[in-house]
Write a protein that binds this ligand. Structure first.
Ligand code: NDP
Length: 485
């Protein structure tokens, strides 16, 4: 029996994608460096569909119909190159190698260019949704050539998550575009989680709302504009009691957030393509600060006098319904910060599209994230609407009427919350930086003119004038007269 697709790398993600493909009627050839994993998969789930057991990549390739489709799901980095090197002499022109792991987009660009020269298609595919998504329907963001999508797309669309009957899978752009879009998805995911954490901290530190009470708050919020998977699971985590101590689980979990690198890549790429993804960068740095536990322990002793501790909501609002008002303000601050984060993420995609020559369709990208992935949220529908009419696409999402209106509505609350955080010493880096981004964007004059003046003073870096074209320099160390360069 010849197989429709081969999967090599059968740890949790590869095994689940292979099962998903088989459950959808495809014949899947299986391979793993150590055969034990292949056998374990077949023993437990062999009955789920048509699988072909192979022990080597040569055997895997031989079992495939043409053009051959080989999906690599091994550890990102050098193992991907090792598998490609082994596959190369076994494949023929027109065959397709698919890397569905979390590879860095620059590596995907490099691999795609090298394989294209040899007449092979290399498709970097962003897959989001974790283990469960891989098995039951992930959000899929394929890159690579358009031609390869013809041979591969229908298969990926069949195993993808569905949103009202539409698959959350579409070709996003050439070479590394798929992995880039997945990377930005992960960056936004970092920011989404950070704003949730800031809201939780503010409500607990400033209004004394315990985790179990907050579970109810987040459940309520999940019926508002904030409705999303991450808000939903926040309730579940906050209401969980620790079996051992009976305390809220969130109080016994070490407050040091892990990271695997995709958030960092997004922040670095934002710097490289000149797109200010401040919310994502702040979220990555917030995780870094959380990891500095010893330093925090020491500084909390040194600077403890500066911390105001828990204050009552009445102190903040001095009204009867103070706590309720504060909670509503925090909800609005969270929503506004989230809007900024998505605006920055999509702005970054636009900048990357120009930089790398990808025709990224932002509406399509928003549509792919509506189901199967971690950042699935009602907000994505609003984003799709903003990009609906090509001629009316906003330069920045904040200029889309729905976003502008929502920000105007949230603004007073957002400012009150950021002011309270600063006044009472609760760190809210993304709430604050997203507000600063908003305030910077809406200013038609920034103090960058002074920066330019300083740069010209110490480094003769020159400046432009608002009233006439050209490049100018002031002779700072001479008679301070201006010269045109
Ligand atoms: P791992 O990243 O843990 O990788 C283990 C697999 O890689 C095993 O099959 C292993 O083979 C194989 N492997 C490692 N080194 C080599 C090598 N030099 N040559 C051949 N095979 C090698 O597996 P996961 O399933 O967790 O993740 C796979 C990919 O998916 C990664 O890129 C990961 O980042 C990504 N991922 C994506 C997620 C998502 O939500 N999209 C979630 C989790 C992961 P062996 O059994 O022989 O050791």
């Amino acid at each position: 029996m010849s197989a429709d697709i081969g999967v090599t790398g059968l740890a949790v993600m590869g095994a689940n994608l292979a099962r998903n493909l088989a459950r959808n009627g495809y014949t899947v050839a299986l391979h793993n460096r150590s055969v034990a994993r292949t056998d374990s998969l077949l023993n437990s789930y062999g009955h789920e569909g048509n699988f072909v057991r192979t022990e080597s990549l040569a055997e895997l390739v031989q079992s495939l119909e043409r053009p051959r489709r080989v999906l690599i799901m091994v550890k990102a980095g050098a193992p991907v190159d090792a598998v490609i090197d082994e596959l190369l002499p076994l494949l023929e022109e027109g065959d397709i190698i698919i890397d569905a792991g979390n590879s860095f987009y620059e590596e995907t660009r490099r691999r795609e260019a090298a394989l294209r020269e040899k007449g092979l298609h290399f498709v970097g595919v962003g897959v989001s949704g974790g283990e469960e998504g891989a098995l039951n329907g992930p959000s899929i963001m394929p890159g690579g050539s358009r031609e390869s999508y013809q041979a591969l797309g229908p298969m990926l669309e069949k195993i993808a998550a569905e949103y009202h009957g539409e698959p959350c899978c579409a070709w996003v752009g050439t070479d590394g575009a798929g992995h880039y879009v997945k990377m930005v998805h992960n960056g936004i995911e970092y920011a989404d989680m950070q704003v949730i954490g800031e809201a939780y901290d503010l409500m607990r530190s400033l209004a004394g709302l315990e985790p179990a009470q907050q579970a109810g708050v987040f459940r309520e919020w999940n019926t508002t504009d904030l409705a999303s998977y991450l808000i939903e699971i926040t309730s579940a985590v906050l209401e969980q009691e620790d079996e051992l101590t009976g305390r809220p689980l969130v109080d016994v979990i070490v407050d040091s957030a892990g990271q695997k690198g995709t958030g960092r890549w997004t922040a670095i790429s934002g710097l490289e393509v000149g797109s200010p993804v401040t919310t994502i960068a702040e979220s990555v740095f917030a995780r870094s600060i959380s990891s500095q536990r010893e330093l925090r322990a020491e500084t909390s002793r040194v600077f403890s006098a500066g911390i105001n501790g828990v204050v009552s909501a009445e102190e903040l609002y001095s009204e009867q319904d103070a706590q309720q008002d504060f909670v509503e303000d925090v909800r609005k601050a969270l929503y506004a910060s989230k809007l900024v984060s998505y605006a920055q993420g999509f702005d970054m995609l636009t900048a990357a599209g120009s930089e790398f020559g990808w025709e990224l369709d932002l509406r399509t990208i928003a549509s792919l994230w509506r189901a199967g992935c971690i950042i699935r949220a009602d907000l994505l529908d609003t984003i799709m609407k903003a990009y609906e009419v090509p001629e009316e696409r906003p330069k920045n999402l904040l200029l889309a009427p729905a976003f502008t209106e929502a920000l105007n509505e949230c603004l007073p609350a957002w400012r009150r919350v950021v002011a309270a955080a600063a006044t009472y010493g609760v760190p809210a880096p993304v709430f604050s930086s997203s507000l600063a981004y908003y305030d910077s964007l809406r200013r038609d004059r920034l103090p960058a003119s002074l920066t330019q003046g300083l740069r010209d003073y110490f480094g003769a870096h020159t400046y432009e004038r608002v009233d006439k074209p050209g490049t100018f320099h002031t002779r700072w160390s001479e008679d301070r007269s201006e010269m045109e360069m």
